[in-house]
Write a protein that binds this ligand. Structure first.
Ligand SMILES: [Zn+2]
Length: 96
């Protein structure tokens, strides 16, 4: 008998942060309120559980606020690339 029930992979590996990157692509839209409520809630849920994303989001919010006050410009591309670097530098979750 074969047990092919390994479909059920729990993704707690380093691939976990891929979701973070995808989410960050939406964050600027989120901050501009261009996303629908459901997506906003997804992002908010994620940052509640994900400390790196949470701190990044705080930084991003501050930066966006500064940018908007300054010139009403979108988030600088350089900044979003820095965020990606931050995420890539997140230490992989080590099992205790
Ligand atoms: Zn995250």
């Amino acid at each position: 008998m074969e047990s092919d029930q390994n479909d059920h992979q729990h993704c707690g590996d380093d691939s976990d942060h891929k979701h973070c990157l995808e989410m960050f692509n939406r964050l600027s839209e989120y901050l501009d309120n261009e996303l629908d409520d459901i997506t906003c809630q997804e992002i908010e849920k994620h940052v509640e559980q994900c400390v790196p994303c949470f701190s990044c989001l705080q930084t991003l919010k501050q930066t966006v606020a500064l940018c908007k006050e300054a010139a009403n410009k979108p988030v600088p591309k350089e900044f979003s690339e820095k965020l990606k670097e931050m995420i890539q530098n997140i230490p992989k979750t080590t099992n205790p």
